[in-house]
Design a protein around this ligand. Structure first.
Ligand SMILES: Cc1cc2nc3c(=O)[nH]c(=O)nc-3n(C[C@H](O)[C@H](O)[C@H](O)COP(=O)(O)OP(=O)(O)OC[C@H]3O[C@@H](n4cnc5c(N)ncnc54)[C@H](O)[C@@H]3O)c2cc1C
Length: 383
């Protein structure tokens, strides 16, 4: 029986899968001249691999789908797997595991482990078909056959690094549905009412952003094109057009304003440039707080619930991930195999599973690869 497995894509999930499968059982096909390009630029070049805080709540996904893989290969198992290969990530920002010096460290481990498989580079997969239990994987160079095909082709973000829609196209050609995709973990552009944000480029502050029932806390960074920063990137996971509400003073007690002789811009715990810009917007003079009328205080309190509709996002060229993707209700949550086509698997970002900022997307790439590998190993042993 032909045990060959073709893995489409040579990113994080594919390299982990290739590492976990028995020697000489898989062929990885990657369109880039080098595998793992995204790993190298991730986490500011240090790759935020995973997080000490793990759980389905950190994912925009069906929790019941994500849970078995996260349990089977959680952050502790991942860190142990890396440690056994002499990679010891460090915890930064309280909970986030990063490579000590460079993302190259993680890529080196994955490349070393996956060398036991054949890795084809600069070869683009064009389509997959199946006849009499054999998959035919057509690339821009030739057609390969396999008994199993794993789609690990990622999402649409960062097209310059090889992102393509091939995973969705293959899924659809086998009768799968794709949940609407969009750029996520990305900044927002603003409408003209908020053009003053652009003049604040470089200023940052701590905020709480609310979108429907979701709350994202952390830094907001005013950018040349709009707003960015960790809290904003997380918020983009939940935003679908329409309003969002920002609390620019999440830890401030408005009580401290009453009777204070301090100027407004001195009392508010915000960068002065920011307080002053808002005072202009609210048509308020910067004056001692005890000179403020009730109406003026009410205007100022809008800073705790600043509501506006972004114009859009910075788009796929800047987005760290793609939200949406292959409908997980059509995938076996224990094995990552298609419920529509025997032998066809999907792992990583191509699925409708998107993590928050903090290492969750790599954890998902690795956990889903692990579930897939376990199943293939069990099945091939039985052949
Ligand atoms: C700037 C940036 C920073 C990030 N930082 C972090 C971080 O610190 N922590 C974190 O958890 N996540 C981070 N991410 C997200 C993370 O990189 C992805 O979620 C993760 O790489 C997904 O793994 P994957 O294997 O599913 O897809 P990818 O890693 O995207 O791999 C898919 C591969 O498939 C290849 N491919 C596509 N089409 C074809 C085709 N037709 N034929 C052959 N090959 C094809 C692509 O070239 C690519 O190499 C970041 C992303 C970006 C863009």
């Amino acid at each position: 029986m032909d045990k060959k497995i073709i893995i489409i894509g040579g990113g994080a999930s594919a390299l982990m899968l290739a590492s976990l499968l028995p020697k000489n059982t898989a062929t990885v096909i990657e369109s880039n001249p080098k595998p793992g390009a995204k790993i190298l630029i991730s986490g500011g070049g240090k790759c935020n691999i995973t997080n000490t805080r793990m759980g389905t709540g950190y994912f925009q996904a069906d929790a019941a789908f994500v849970e078995p893989s996260l349990k089977r290969f959680d952050e502790k198992a991942l860190i142990a797997w890396l440690a056994a290969r002499k990679l010891h990530p460090v915890i930064l920002k309280e909970t986030q595991y990063f490579c000590k010096d460079s993302a190259k460290e993680l890529l080196a481990v994955l490349l070393k482990e996956s060398q036991k498989q054949s890795i084809l580079l600069s070869e683009k997969v064009l389509e997959v078909s199946k006849r009499e239990n054999i998959f035919y994987v057509k690339t821009d160079k030739k057609t390969y056959t396999a008994r199993r095909v794993v789609i690990a082709s990622g999402g649409l973000s960062f097209p310059t690094l090889g992102a393509s829609s091939i995973g969705y196209e293959i899924a659809q050609s086998f009768g799968h549905s794709v949940i609407k995709t969009g750029p996520a973990l990305v900044g927002f552009t603003v409408q003209k009412e908020q053009f003053f944000f652009k003049e604040l480029s470089g200023v940052s502050c701590e905020v709480k952003i609310r979108i429907a029932e979701k709350v994202c806390e952390g830094s907001l960074l005013f950018a040349h094109k709009g707003i960015s920063g960790p809290a904003v990137l997380d918020a983009s996971l939940y935003w679908e057009k329409g309003q969002m509400e920002i609390d620019f003073l999440p830890h401030f007690s408005w009580q401290s304003l009453y009777g204070s002789k301090k100027q407004i811009s001195s009392l508010l715990p915000l960068p002065k440039r920011l307080s002053k810009a808002f005072l202009v917007q609210f048509a308020l003079e910067d004056k001692p707080c005890n000179h403020l009328s009730k109406d003026e205080i009410n205007k100022l309190m809008y800073l705790s619930r600043y509501s506006f509709a972004p114009a859009g996002t910075f788009g796929y060229t800047k987005a760290e991930v793609t939200k949406g993707g292959i409908n997980t209700s059509e995938i076996n949550k224990e094995t990552m195999m298609s419920l529509k086509e025997q032998g066809l698997y999907f792992i990583g970002e191509v699925l409708d599973v998107t993590g928050r900022l903090g290492g969750y997307n790599f954890q998902w790439a690795f956990s889903s690869a692990y579930s897939c590998a376990q199943h293939i190993k069990e099945e091939t042993n039985e052949d």
